[in-house]
Design a protein around this ligand. Structure first.
Ligand SMILES: O=C(O)CCC(=O)C(=O)O
Length: 258
């Protein structure tokens, strides 16, 4: 059962994030790892789940838009107890906005410092919560999340042109690594600055990132993925020689995807 204890709510109020250690039990954690491995094996298929790669050797970086195709993960991300927790934090019911799995395979790159909020404004929405579920142990060595937990006033911080945080801003913030174990869940607000390093280990560091919005800001999941497919499709849907759409930048913030 995923629940928020009083101290989690207090953490939320102070830091705009909560860490729920051992939120998934052993069987649920195993099922999460199995489902993520299953998606890794699915072939690139136009119009269906979206697989994205990094590096010259096309290392799998991410799979998105898998909810319609994987019943187990759909049930997990729409679990009533999880939605109840998010509803408590939003102060109103939560709707799923988008879902992705970051694989961060051995040698996989890190993510540049950013806030999610600037990337999510295209659909007239102003506030999101992201639920990170760890499938593998995440450590500084394999590129666990690093967060700034004292920035919580809903402000967009100074950015570079590509939407990542400016160097001055990054240097002024206090970053801390957030190691997690398989089955841990982290919920963070879209204004919480975060980043991560590369995976320097010989094992994957896989995690789901599911993002939700308050129901009053509308159900925009289908719009999000339709627009992303239009401006930054997975490679198997790209037209060879087509120029990169300038509108793609917002869908590709701070990440190593090619
Ligand atoms: O998976 C990570 O290491 C960081 C993820 C992240 O910040 C993102 O996908 O925007």
């Amino acid at each position: 059962m995923i629940t928020l204890r009083d101290e989690d709510v207090a953490d939320w109020q102070q830091h705009r994030m909560v860490v729920l250690r051992g939120a998934l039990d052993a069987a649920e954690t195993r099922a999460l790892g199995d489902a993520i491995a299953e998606l890794e094996s699915w072939p690139e298929t136009p119009g269906r789940w979206m697989k994205y790669f990094e590096g010259e050797d096309r290392r799998l970086c991410r799979v998105e838009d898998f909810l319609p195709h994987h019943e187990g993960l759909r049930d997990l991300l729409l679990r009533p107890d999880l939605l109840d927790c998010l509803g408590q934090l939003f102060g109103e019911p939560a709707l799923l906005f988008k879902e992705k799995i970051n694989y961060k395979l051995p040698g996989g790159s890190g993510f540049a410092p950013h806030q999610d909020a600037p990337a999510f404004t295209s659909f007239d929405q102003t506030w999101h919560l992201t639920v990170m579920m760890s499938a593998d142990r995440a450590t500084p060595e394999n590129g666990c999340l690093e967060i700034v937990s004292d920035h919580h006033d809903g402000r967009t911080l100074p950015q570079q042109e590509d939407g990542t945080l400016s160097k001055e801003c990054v240097d002024s913030l206090e970053w801390r690594p957030l190691p997690t174990e398989p089955g841990d869940i982290v919920i963070f607000d879209s204004y919480v600055p975060h980043r991560s390093g590369p995976n320097r280990s010989d094992r994957p560091r896989r995690a789901i990132y599911a993002t939700y919005n308050p129901a009053s800001q509308g159900d925009r999941r289908a719009d999000y993925f339709a627009r992303k497919r239009e401006v930054f499709p997975p490679e198997c849907e790209r037209v060879s020689g087509a120029p990169v759409d300038p509108g793609s930048a917002v869908f590709n913030l701070g990440n190593p995807i090619r």
